[in-house]
Design a protein around this ligand. Structure first.
Ligand code: ADP
Length: 259
């Protein structure tokens, strides 16, 4: 039966490329990179073959988030080969194309060229390619949309008003380019004090959900503001690879994207 299926899949038309999922935000610091890394890991845990492009030239953080700082991508005939992280996700980052710690002061065309190199790398047979975009709506995002036509965009926002206004702008950007907005994730929603257990809302709560509803987009879920997320992320241990409530919230986001 297995052999039969293998034979059949051999006859099937050549598979289309991976599903490109662009992760964007209106502004920096809302947790877009953290979300991208953990979404990729959560999708991989569900059995998807996942690649991750770190296109955030202003703050490439995927090598740190996925404990891949020592991994240098190789190239074959000028085509980059992604590194295999320990979390079942292959990855390439703008940070791997430059010397660590050096400022990246590229003009738009250079950044767009670097993005193209990452996107046209030898990704092999993958199902999903998650793309961690720079914040806002600049040259890299435009190249992504025009040249690579993502299947959809996930927008990350904090519940805070200002981030939301910016997030709305990012949504409008994708809408205008006919990239389906798959939904909005509210990050840093609610804080539970690790000492006394008291719950509070430093950035408010529910704002992103209300805005997503108002604009008619799916609300994909919320991730709490949690010290564990920050410390684990900084240590190269994506919380989505662990167990418990936080890993479950990332798994929930992955489920929504597979529906
Ligand atoms: P962006 O990519 O939007 O600039 P990052 O993913 O780099 O944002 O996150 C900014 C900082 O906030 C990082 O130090 C990260 O660890 C932290 N962070 C992100 N999401 C959370 C969260 N839900 N709880 C706690 N810290 C978070």
């Amino acid at each position: 039966r297995v052999a039969h299926m293998a034979e059949r899949s051999g006859d099937a038309p050549a598979p289309k490329g991976p599903r490109l999922i662009a992760v964007g935000s209106g502004k920096g610091g809302v947790g877009k990179s953290t979300l991208s890394a953990n979404l990729a890991v959560a999708l991989a845990r569900k059995g998807r073959r996942v690649g991750l492009v770190d296109a955030d030239i202003y703050g490439p953080s995927q090598p740190r988030l996925l404990a891949a700082e020592g991994m240098k991508p190789k190239a074959r005939e000028k085509q980059l080969i992604p590194v295999d992280t320990a979390f079942g996700v292959s990855m390439l980052s703008m940070g791997q194309l430059v010397e660590p710690g050096k400022a990246i002061a590229w003009r738009g065309p250079m950044a767009a060229g670097a993005l193209t190199q990452l996107m046209e790398a030898d990704w092999g047979d993958i199902d999903d390619l998650v793309i961690d975009l720079p914040p806002g709506t600049g040259d890299v995002q435009l190249t992504m949309i025009q040249k690579f036509k993502p299947a959809g965009a996930v927008i990350v926002s904090t519940p805070q008003d200002l981030a939301l206004i910016d997030a709305t702008r990012a949504i409008a950007f994708f809408e205008k380019a006919d990239v389906p907005v798959l939904g909005v994730v509210e990050n840093m929603a609610g804080y539970v004090c690790p000492h006394c257990g008291e719950a509070s809302d430093p950035f408010g709560t529910g704002g992103a959900e209300a805005e997503a509803k108002r604009l008619g987009y799916p609300f994909l879920g919320r991730i709490p503001l949690a010290i564990d997320i920050r410390t684990a992320s900084d240590a190269g241990r994506p919380p989505a690879a662990g167990e418990g409530a936080i890993a479950d919230s990332f798994a929930g986001l992955a489920d929504r994207l597979l529906e």
